[in-house]
Design a protein around this ligand. Structure first.
Ligand SMILES: [Zn+2]
Length: 140
């Protein structure tokens, strides 16, 4: 994503897709809008959290989900695999966010590829969650 600069003069308010200090139209000062290092830290913390949560769930619940013990997990093996892939997806999303945060702090810009990966993983996660809620019969 390109860095945007916006003219500080409200009567002009020109936006250009580059780093500029002086407005090309009125010559006034411009301020930069876009990805700030603070967002990198937010991405990093969110990524760490998702990675930790998804990773812990995969590690601790994964064996049970992949080899369901009827006494502890009432779902079918297919449900177990579905839940397990949900946890792995959460962890992968965290990993992508983590990488993007580091990339943003090092370069001042988000990685386009990692952003797409995060969005794609998020979309799959939402679809799977909707599938579980809507399509899956209650096992109880
Ligand atoms: Zn201007």
């Amino acid at each position: 994503m390109a860095t945007l600069s916006v003219c500080d003069n409200p009567a002009c308010a020109v936006t250009v897709e580059e780093k500029r200090d002086i407005c090309p139209k009125c010559g006034g000062p411009m301020r930069r809008v876009g990805d700030s290092p603070a967002r990198g830290i937010v991405l990093l913390i969110t990524g760490l959290f998702l990675l930790g949560a998804g990773g812990a769930l995969s590690l601790f619940l994964g064996p049970m989900m992949l080899n369901p013990d009827p006494a502890r997990f009432t779902g079918s093996p297919a449900q177990g695999r579905l839940f397990f892939s949900l946890f792995v997806l959460v962890a992968l999303m965290g990993l992508a966010g983590l990488g993007n945060g580091i990339h943003l702090m090092r370069t001042g810009q988000q990685s386009g590829l990692l952003k797409i990966v995060t969005l794609a993983l998020g979309a799959i996660l939402v679809l799977m969650a909707v599938y579980i809620i809507v399509a899956m019969p209650k096992s109880a």
